[in-house]
Design a protein around this ligand. Structure first.
Ligand code: 6PG
Length: 467
């Protein structure tokens, strides 16, 4: 056997791919690497330092295949979409039947389902944690056939983040299950980020706090129930100063948010499956609205800016923090409901407690609360999260603060769409008698769709003709 014999291959040396390759190498595995632009391979090898000895640079896919010990596994870290299909076709033509292709990009799980359906060994793995995670320990959500996962699990578990000794790399189910879990992760990521941004807006415009003061609040929140990676980095970015101008960095960043689409996919899937993921939907819509900068400026000149400033002491930092806790519970309740619906729709058995566990470290949404969720879901995996003992108690403790925050924000023209969506969801979920009886009457009136009666079985119609 060639003395270059690599344990695994990796194609795509962009930021994520390069860092993942170094992570694999650092964990004692030999990695064959390839990139379409060959200069990138040279640069990567040059920067790899002492890890170079664990890396085999391959100028062509053919070389890469020759460099890997059979049965082979090749990770694709290339842009989601047609590029993945192109590489799969190229690899399949060169690979043995039991060689595995692993798509580690942010694929749409429907594409992963389609790719897995060809029958050739294929894994779709969601990798979360950004650049830093890829290099030092991401959270990995695996999908595909279990036998194939088991073959590469030793490598994936070695490179993953670990939570108190438990690796954050878990097989979620067949086909696109791993990418589906990653998609919901990203939807939640959007919502977590949006709710923190709403709290920032309330503090900046409602309370008149400066970025550094807001950073200090985030830092304080990062010691309690809201402790999370996103809270931590929100504190850091809020306190950062722009070296060019000495102004707070936040003040010089244009308020127009980008997105690559995974949050939107989550909202689309929720709509497809009839799951109310309203907090995530609000977060996606808020990003869309943020990009309409010119329109917003026009709106401000037409209608005038809202008053925004709250009276001193009208809203406390503690109340706002509790509002975030309640909003977060609503968001995750919806996220896990969506996962349950995806599981049923695609004949998976998505392991809810394991999902909460794999998100405890390495990924962007990692937080203390995820450990509590893992515990709550372990006790009753099928239960709605907000009805579990732990989170029901937390909701009882924090819901009035969410209500106060949302109502003060509304009165002052401080946009808080995700927190508001969380509050509305909570209120609807605690309403035994909703207003849908009127909807049913309307439907029956114009379309004879029928309705159920409270006092009798079966489908009924209203006396509309006789009125
Ligand atoms: C992760 C992230 C990552 C995502 C970026 C950007 O889990 O590491 O979700 O996969 O690509 O966060 O996403 P947007 O461009 O859509 O904000």
């Amino acid at each position: 056997m060639d003395n270059h014999a690599a344990d695994i291959g990796l194609i795509g040396l962009g930021t994520m791919g390069a860092n993942l390759a170094l992570n694999i190498a650092e964990n004692g595995f030999r990695v064959a690497v390839h990139n379409r632009t060959v200069e990138k391979i040279e640069g990567f090898m040059h920067d790899a330092g002492p890890l170079t000895s664990q890396l085999v640079a391959c100028d062509t896919v053919e070389e890469l295949i020759r460099a890997i010990k059979p049965p082979r596994a090749v990770i694709l870290m290339v842009p989601a979409g047609p590029v993945v299909d192109e590489y799969i076709a190229t690899l399949r033509a060169l690979m043995d039947d039991d060689d595995i292709v692993i798509d580690a990009g942010n694929a749409n799980f429907q594409d992963t389902n389609r790719r897995a359906a060809s029958g050739a060994p294929f894994l779709g793995i969601g990798v979360s944690g950004g650049e830093e995670g890829a290099r030092f320990g991401p959270s990995i959500m695996g999908g595909g056939r279990k036998v194939h996962w088991d073959r590469v699990a030793p490598i994936l578990q070695a490179i993953a983040a670990d939570y108190q000794g438990t690796p954050c790399a878990t097989w979620m189910g067949e086909g696109g299950a791993g990418h589906a879990v990653k998609t919901v992760h990203n939807g939640i990521e959007y919502a977590d980020m949006q709710m923190i941004a709403e709290a920032y807006g309330i503090m900046r415009d409602g309370m008149g706090l400066q970025p550094a003061q807001i950073g200090a609040v985030f830092e304080g929140w990062n010691t309690g129930a809201l402790k999370s990676y996103l809270m931590e980095i929100s504190a850091t970015v809020s306190k950062a100063v722009d070296p060019q101008t000495n102004a707070p960095v936040l003040d010089i960043i244009l308020d127009r948010a980008g997105q690559k689409g995974t949050g939107r996919w989550t909202a689309i899937e929720a709509q497809h499956l009839g799951v109310p993921a309203t907090v995530i939907e609000a977060a996606v819509a808020a990003r869309n609205l943020s990009s309409r900068l010119e329109m917003r400026i026009k709106g401000e000149s037409l209608f005038g800016a809202a008053p925004q400033r709250l009276a001193d002491g009208q809203l406390t930092i503690d109340t706002l923090g509790n509002a975030l806790i309640a909003g977060k519970i609503m968001c995750y309740t919806q996220g896990f409901e969506l996962l349950a619906a995806l599981s049923a729709a695609h004949n998976w058995t998505l392991p809810m407690p394991e999902i909460a566990k794999v998100w405890r470290e390495g990924c962007i949404i990692r937080s203390t609360m995820l450990n509590d969720m893992a515990n709550a879901l372990s006790e009753s995996p099928d239960a709605n999260l907000m009805f579990s003992d732990f989170f029901a108690r937390l909701m009882r403790e924090t819901q009035t603060d969410l209500r106060q925050t949302v109502s003060l924000a509304a009165q002052s023209g401080l946009p808080a769409p995700a927190l508001s969506a969380g509050l509305s969801y909570f209120d609807m979920m605690r309403t035994g008698q909703s207003t849908a009886n009127l909807i049913q009457a309307q439907r029956d009136f114009f379309g004879a769709h029928g309705f159920e009666r409270r006092d009798a079985e079966g489908a009924h119609h209203g006396p509309w003709g006789s009125n």
